[in-house]
Design a protein around this ligand. Structure first.
Ligand SMILES: [Zn+2]
Length: 96
């Protein structure tokens, strides 16, 4: 897997096969990468490889789930992590 290192004010104390990290992306073993991300969530994040995109496979789930008054499915993109677009998300919140 690939991880991206983001230097912060407090640098992680990590003694391993990497001596010094500078900002950038590193190809590491899955085990090491997970360890780094779990242990230093502020400093490391996973870099998704190209080809692992879920957007194409899940396109339908990225569309707003709302049905408009004319009976058609809303075609806007959802807010990340939500089932509705920004407009219908607000609408739904005000309804509840
Ligand atoms: Zn919508």
């Amino acid at each position: 897997m690939k991880v991206r290192f983001k230097p912060t004010q407090v640098l992680p104390i990590y003694v391993g096969s990497f001596g010094e990290f500078t900002e950038g992306e590193y190809e590491v073993d899955d085990e090491v990468g997970k360890y780094l991300i779990e242990t230093f969530p502020d400093n490391f994040e996973e870099v998704k490889e190209e080809g692992e995109e879920v957007e194409d496979a899940d396109e339908d789930n990225l569309r707003c789930q709302a049905i408009t008054r004319s009976g058609k499915r809303c075609t806007r993109k959802v807010v990340p992590g939500e089932k509705f677009c920004a407009i219908h998300l607000k609408y739904k919140e005000s309804e509840e």
